[in-house]
Design a protein around this ligand. Structure first.
Ligand SMILES: Cc1ncc(COP(=O)(O)O)c(C=O)c1O
Length: 446
């Protein structure tokens, strides 16, 4: 158990709530040992039966496991959304924060003019009976997806890519089912999978996307869904290449027992072509978010897929949240229809590419091979994440530790390049090189 986390409470409910909160905040990490029942009871001044009841409740909910002489521990992936950001130390005052994975706000298209136009023409009022996907938005979305070779399918709108993924997994899988996810992969997806009580199976990734042998192994291990990031994979920047897409499509061809989910979150920001897998399996869904190119606060993604899959997502939305506000849909439609906005997004994509390639080149000059084929992140393998993150912090740069994104992948750090300037590249590369190749301490070699 973390020496810093003090268990407390005088009733079983209080004790179990304290443990759950420790897991959520990251103070009790996966695998952390809890004190024996009698020891904790003596510590808290309660009866052993009270502590035993708290442990029992958390075991039943899958947060704890008791394994003979190993005692009681936090499960490796407890089904509560541990705040992975708790693993990320806050940047020191004055440090440059490259840990967030966010687009540069200055490169997002301004919403003001389009909001003003919407205010001037609010359109017909929409109520419960006539709400849903705006036909005009669906038409423009289909044309954009068609231009990228995404097969035509049924279409619905979700509150962002992750909302779509949650609805897809919720509609097709049950707690305990296995989901194949990229390793390293997006931290928020790993948290979502844990929160849904699903079991992640890591699929190794290289610069061309998920590796075929890894996907085959995940299928053999019983994965019921596979989530693939088309481009700008987070954290490695990998993008599914034409060859990889062909090999994966051949592997997945005709599978009726697997839900294939593709996340094209970078969308118009990506400077590499899309090679979709969509349609290879009977159950499939392709998501395109507007968060990265147009702004994360827009909370909207387009989801296309086979009829059954989309009907499940749309039907579940209808009995819950209802629909994605048509005000938001009209705003996205206005952004998509404005050539000046297209031009701003094109320039943002170009600018991210320059910063990313600039950092990769500067690192190569130090003999370091980092990854970042597309998107806003660079993934740099390091021998020891904790010492690398600490050394960089001391040098004034905050980066994200790879542990947030890894299941079994090798240690690394993620550097978000979106806010870098040209004259940051050389000092940052030097600091990264120092962090990746720390000078051994003086004295006898070990
Ligand atoms: C892989 C991936 N998918 C999706 C998103 C964003 O999704 P949303 O549309 O939910 O904002 C991100 C944001 O960082 C991401 O890294």
């Amino acid at each position: 158990m973390s020496a810093r986390y003090q268990l407390s409470g005088t009733t079983a409910v209080e004790i179990s709530a304290g443990i759950e909160s420790g897991i959520r905040t990251g103070a009790l990490s996966p695998g952390a040992a809890l004190p024996p029942v009698r020891a904790l009871a003596a510590d808290l001044g309660v009866s052993p039966a009270t502590v035993a009841r708290a442990y029992q409740e958390l075991r039943q909910r899958g947060l704890l496991v008791t394994a003979g002489r190993l005692g009681t521990r936090v499960r490796p992936r407890p089904p509560v959304a541990a705040r992975r950001s708790a693993l990320r130390p806050p940047p020191l005052p004055g440090a440059r924060d490259l840990s967030r994975g966010e687009p540069d706000r200055r490169l997002l298209p301004p919403l003001g003019p389009h909001l003003a136009a919407l205010a001037a023409d609010t359109g017909p009022s929409v109520s419960y009976s006539d709400a849903g996907v705006l036909p005009e938005l669906a038409e423009v979305a289909r044309a954009r997806l068609d231009a990228d070779g995404v097969p035509a399918g049924e279409l619905t709108i979700t509150g962002g890519a992750l909302d779509g993924i949650e609805r897809l997994l919720g509609a097709h899988l049950r707690p305990g089912d296995a989901v194949a996810v990229e390793d390293p992969g997006w931290a928020n997806l790993l948290d979502l999978v844990a929160a849904l009580g699903l079991r992640p199976i890591g699929v190794p990734v290289d610069d061309e996307g998920p590796m075929v042998a890894g996907v085959a192994a995940a299928l053999a291990a019983g994965a019921r869904a596979l989530v693939v990031t088309s481009r700008a994979q987070n954290p490695t920047g990998s993008a599914v290449s034409a060859e990889r897409a062909e090999a994966l499509r051949a592997l997945l061809a005709g599978r009726r027992d697997l839900l294939l989910i593709e996340d094209d979150h970078a969308a118009e920001l990506a400077r590499v072509p899309l090679h979709p897998l969509a349609g290879a399996t009977a159950s499939w869904a392709f998501l395109r978010s507007v968060s990265k190119p147009f702004g994360p606060d827009l909370r909207l993604a387009v989801l296309v897929g086979d009829e059954t899959t989309v009907a499940r997502v749309a039907g579940r939305t209808r009995v819950g949240a209802g629909w994605v506000s048509t005000v938001l849909q009209r705003l996205v439609l206005a952004l998509w229809s404005d050539p000046a906005v297209d031009e701003l997004v094109r320039r943002a994509a170009q600018s991210y590419e320059q910063r990313r390639d600039g950092l990769l080149t500067a690192l190569a000059e130090h003999g370091l091979r980092a990854h970042g084929r597309s998107g806003i992140n660079v993934w740099l393998p390091v021998p020891d994440e904790t010492s690398a993150v600490t050394a960089l912090r001391d040098a004034g740069w905050a980066v994200a530790p790879g542990a947030l994104y890894r299941i079994a992948a090798a240690p690394a750090v993620r550097v978000t390049v979106s806010s870098l300037h040209a004259d940051d590249l050389a000092p940052l590369a030097a600091a990264l090189a120092h962090a990746a190749n720390p000078t051994p301490p003086p004295g006898f070699p070990t």
